[in-house]
Design a protein around this ligand. Structure first.
Ligand code: NAP
Ligand code: MG
Length: 493
């Protein structure tokens, strides 16, 4: 249970003028309200943006290694608070405690990495074509940046956006998803307690169409980093272009895992089940399509079904639970709707395909891990992002068809191939249209020091994480220093 969660604007934790609040509900047991969160509007968003704009000159002039040290301290605080944050995450989002601990650790890893970037904000020296002229590049921050995040990784996604924004010298307005406010507050507290000057990081709660829209429209906001749905992201991208903002959107996925005839089928089946049902399928990197060559399909499917049946579904806070609930009623209804869509499209439901309501499960948004076989590659089940524990198995005749089906969707976030054939592996790297790809391992995961992001409808803008993270949050100044002290006889074009 938490106290009333408040905005953090200009160094103060404050309530919204509207006095409206929203309940934070536990998706594993909707009888339990965890607490309330304030509901801000345009007024709070504007105050936060103005505070961030005032804080910008001081923060920009703070040496980058010093900015990095504050992130290092935030990493220490998050490490100390890891268990508290993980428990809050499980309570409001529903993932299991083991998954929550993993997510917090991922945020800590990224903070450690980003802290070091304070000492590596390098530009380059470049030879000039003119005599006695020194030419080089330096990174400059953008100004106020808006960060708009989803509920599915409410600790690590905000962290991997806020940390590079800050280390590069920007100030921030952070608008988290409405249904995961507690973790947003705990993450913000780690940064604030680490010693950020007031106004450098501002947290504002409220609906996407109010706070999000205010960020999109405000001329002082120079860039927006967004992770969420295609529907919201594409509108945000269009609207933000009116004030010429830089925009980065990470959106949906429909990630394939390809299994070839020579694959280690046990390994492939285990990876498929982990990727499809880990975090209740609510990962942007979840495996949602298993594309299997016909000769291996029966044996592969049999193992997938066997492993799926062993998954224990329940409240993620309880010992021994492997999979938690859908995050809210809307997401839950989407999952149940896709069960019906799959059945009506003629796919064979081998396991699951129903709601779970035995005992206390009836108070939560629980559905059975579901495997559909014989799914048509162009069916809705195979094309649309479900964001729940539903796996589609698509049978193909050979490698060429496997790649064609894998690429035959709008999205392109991540993928996997299972084979022992090095030629196929290299062809796969050449041909697959995903921003991240895995060989003989699940589609999920992403390490702090490596770029993260997708192709096609999944993403626009520069990659997050890794050394590429600061590219989005900075721009280049190109410097020409003439030390001849004389008039040039060279023509300047
Ligand atoms: P969402 O509904 O698009 O919401 C994302 C964020 O945008 C929330 O903070 C939301 O606020 C806000 N928002 C809503 N309307 C807005 C508007 N008009 N202007 C500005 N902001 C607005 O997404 P979600 O349901 O939270 O998250 C699930 C989606 O995220 C899935 O599609 C998933 O694939 C995607 N995702 C992608 C990645 C990736 O890296 N590619 C990673 C994780 C998740 P409210 O909460 O107040 O509505
Ligand atoms: Mg939503």
């Amino acid at each position: 249970m938490h106290e009333l969660l408040r905005n953090h604007i200009d160094g103060e934790w404050s309530e919204a003028t509207s006095r409206k609040t929203v309940d934070n509900v536990n998706p594993a047991d909707t009888r339990q309200t965890l607490g309330q969160v304030v509901k801000g509007g345009k007024e709070e968003a504007t105050r936060a943006i103005e505070a961030a704009a005032r804080a910008f000159p001081g923060w920009r002039r703070t040496p980058a290694p010093k900015r990095g040290q504050i992130l290092e301290q935030a990493a220490r605080l998050m490490t100390e608070r890891k268990e508290t944050i993980a428990r809050a995450l499980t309570a409001e989002e529903g993932k299991t405690l083991a998954e929550s601990r993993g997510e917090v650790q991922k945020a800590i890893n990224f903070l450690e990495f980003a802290a070091g970037e304070g000492r590596r904000l390098n530009g380059s020296t470049v030879p000039s074509e003119l005599p006695r002229t020194f030419t080089y590049t330096v990174r400059a921050p953008l100004g106020v940046v808006g960060i708009v995040t989803p509920w599915n990784f409410p600790v690590c996604i905000p962290t991997w956006k806020i940390a590079p924004a800050l280390v590069a010298g920007n100030t921030v307005i952070f608008k988290p998803a409405t249904i995961t406010p507690w973790t947003a507050s705990l993450v913000t507290q780690c940064f604030v307690d680490a010693g950020l000057p007031k106004g450098v990081l501002n947290l504002v709660y409220g609906g996407g169409s109010e706070i999000g829209q205010a960020i999109v429209e405000h001329p002082e906001v120079r860039a927006i980093s967004f992770t969420g749905s295609n529907e919201v992201g594409s509108k945000l991208y269009t609207d933000a272009s009116r004030t010429l903002k830089k925009v980065q959107c990470e959106m949906g996925g429909k990630n394939p895992l390809i299994v070839l005839e020579d694959a280690d089928l046990e390994l492939a089946a285990t990876a498929t089940v982990q990727g499809a049902f880990g975090s209740t399928g609510q990962r942007c990197t979840a495996t949602s399509r298993a594309i299997v060559v016909a000769s291996a399909a029966d044996r592969f499917v049999e193992q997938v079904v066997e492993l799926t049946k062993k998954i224990r579904v329940g409240n993620g806070a309880h010992e021994g639970v492997d999979m938690g609930p859908s995050v809210d009623e809307g997401q839950f209804q989407t999952v149940l709707r896709y069960h019906e869509i799959g059945k009506s499209e003629g796919a064979r439901c081998l396991v699951g395909g129903n709601r779970l309501s035995d005992g206390d499960l009836r108070y939560g948004h629980f559905s059975a891990p579901t495997v559909f076989d014989q799914v048509g590659p162009n069916s809705r089940l195979a094309q649309e992002e479900i964001f729940g524990p539903v796996l589609s198995v698509i049978r193909v005749k050979d490698w060429a068809e496997a790649i064609q089906v894998a690429n035959g969707v709008a999205y392109g976030l991540t993928s996997s191939v299972f084979t022992r054939d090095v030629t196929r592996v290299m062809e796969y790297v050449d041909e697959i249209e995903t921003g991240m790809l895995h060989v003989n391992s699940p589609t999920v995961g992403g390490e702090a020091q490596l770029p993260f992001g997708g192709m096609k409808a999944t993403g626009v803008g520069q990659r997050e994480m890794g050394q590429t993270a600061v590219d989005f949050y900075s721009e280049w100044k190109t410097v020409y220093v003439d030390y001849t002290g004389t008039k040039r006889d060279t023509k300047i074009y």
